[in-house]
Design a protein around this ligand. Structure first.
Ligand code: NAP
Ligand code: HSE
Length: 419
């Protein structure tokens, strides 16, 4: 019998307990052993969770329990979770976690600490999709050219509702929270940080890049407006929050931001809480992974798969697979050097000479305009909607700074990259 202790019995932890019970027979058959949750840790013992496991508010009850074989960390956060996981490993326990924030900051230390102890983290990226398994094992014969996709269910759910139903940002965020998709602090979702944590995990497996969130470009969905959505619809684009890891020569660019994607692309069609990630290997070509990116049961499905794997393979398989730089000289590309096409919305006073001054600033920053439209606003101002050919990030940022200073520009220009 494999005995499990769960630290954090909230949305995902509760699903883990319930699925282990509901699917007990098939899980035991696949694991070759019975998997039993002995106890769980919560903060608030007074909440009725309808579960028949022992609950405690002291993690030591699990960490120091010699009967517990596998510690499942589902409490979230970074430093407290790190202390808990570290102690679990020191006490010789196998660990399973769904905590991408923890791994974004401490994955290499944890890998060193784990040594030969099993440490699994499938649910940390893209909820129920077995993307870690695919990248770490299934594609291990390849140089990875790119990883690109929708890695946050909350944001995709929100953007889908904003685009298809015009629902207001705050109302739809509340809904995503009620459905158990959002992080305890939803700023991690809407600010792009959660997707960045996941991207960093994937980049460590694919490229051995040991970067932290502070090192990469992270932008969220907070500034997406119905004006931008209308432009996207008119020009045949979908609006998505993307995580992108792309190898160009000896550099890897890592970035998370809202993107306009041509509606003919597969990723443009992925809606709601679904995630979709494309991984291109030099030998296999493009592979696509699609499925529910958040939610209790979908995530618990991945957590339990890890527990089953541990039950099957015993306590001797080093599992993390975070490489150190795989090839000599491979390094993170500076954000300033990223190249993309861009969409800009610039709100200006509608008067003579405005357009020519704006286009001159584009030209002096080496930015070539692809399309330009002027749309009147209700308040008498005008929105200039501009798309560019491929340009360099630092030129775009310099151009935005210059444009912001013009007296006929009413607010900071909105910029969205076109992928
Ligand atoms: P949650 O619903 O907020 O549950 C967190 C649980 O941990 C709660 O039971 C909470 O206790 C307990 N907890 C929090 N801090 C604690 C502490 N310091 N000591 C002891 N217990 C503590 O979160 P969740 O949605 O289940 O997510 C759990 C983890 O899975 C997070 O790392 C999250 O990023 C990750 N994840 C979530 C999803 C998803 O769709 N929800 C998907 C993939 C990965 P109380 O109940 O008493 O407050
Ligand atoms: N909050 C995360 C999301 C949970 O919405 O994608 C899954 O990692």
């Amino acid at each position: 019998m494999i005995k499990v202790g769960i630290i954090g019995v909230g949305t995902v932890g509760t699903s883990v307990v319930n699925i282990l019970k509901d699917n007990q027979e098939i899980i035991s058959a696949r694991a070759g052993d019975e998997i039993v949750v002995k106890s769980g840790v919560v903060r608030d013992l007074s909440k009725d969770r309808g579960l028949d496991i022992i609950l405690t508010d002291n993690a030591d009850d699990i960490l120091d329990d010699p009967e517990i074989d596998v510690v499942v960390e589902l409490m979230g956060g970074v430093e407290d979770a790190f202390v808990v996981v570290k102690r679990a490993l020191e006490n010789g326990k196998a660990v399973v976690t769904a905590n991408k924030a923890l791994l974004a900051y401490h994955r290499y230390e944890l890998q060193d600490m784990a040594g030969d102890l099993p440490f699994e983290y499938e649910a940390s990226v893209a909820g129920g999709i077995p993307i870690i398994n695919a990248l770490r094992d299934g594609l291990s014969a390849n140089h990875i050219k790119s990883i690109m996709g929708i890695m946050n269910g909350t944001c995709n759910y929100m953007l889908t509702k904003m685009i298809n139903e015009g629902v207001a940002f705050d109302a739809i965020l509340k809904e995503a929270q009620e459905l158990g998709y959002a992080e305890a602090d939803p700023t991690f979702d809407i600010g792009g940080f959660d997707a960045a944590h996941k991207l960093l995990i994937l980049a460590s497996i694919a490229y051995g890049i040991d970067a932290k969130p502070e090192d990469i470009l992270i932008e969220g969905i907070q500034n997406v407006t119905q004006d931008d959505i209308a432009f996207a619809k008119e020009f045949g684009y979908s609006v998505k929050l993307l995580g992108i890891a792309k190898r160009v020569k000896n550099e890897v660019e890592l970035r998370v931001h809202v993107a306009l994607i041509d509606n003919s692309e597969m990723i443009a069609k992925i809606d709601g809480v679904m995630n979709g990630i494309s991984v291109v290997g030099d030998k296999v070509g493009e592979t696509l992974y699609y499925g529910p990116g958040a939610g209790g049961d979908a995530t618990a499905s991945a957590v339990i798969a890890n527990i089953i794997d541990i039950a099957r393979s015993g306590k001797s398989k080093p599992m993390l697979g975070f490489d150190k730089p795989l090839e000599k000289g491979l390094k993170l590309k500076p954000i300033d050097d990223i190249e993309s096409k861009y969409y800009l919305r610039i709100n200006v006073s509608d008067k003579a000479g405005v357009l020519s001054k704006i286009t001159t600033i584009f030209a002096t920053n080496n930015i070539s305009i692809e399309t330009i439209l002027q749309r009147p606003s209700k308040d008498g101002s005008a929105n200039l909607l501009i798309s560019t050919h491929i340009a360099v990030e630092k030129d775009i940022q310099n151009m935005i700074k210059s444009i912001e200073e013009l007296d006929f520009v009413n607010s900071k220009p909105v910029m969205i990259r076109i992928v």
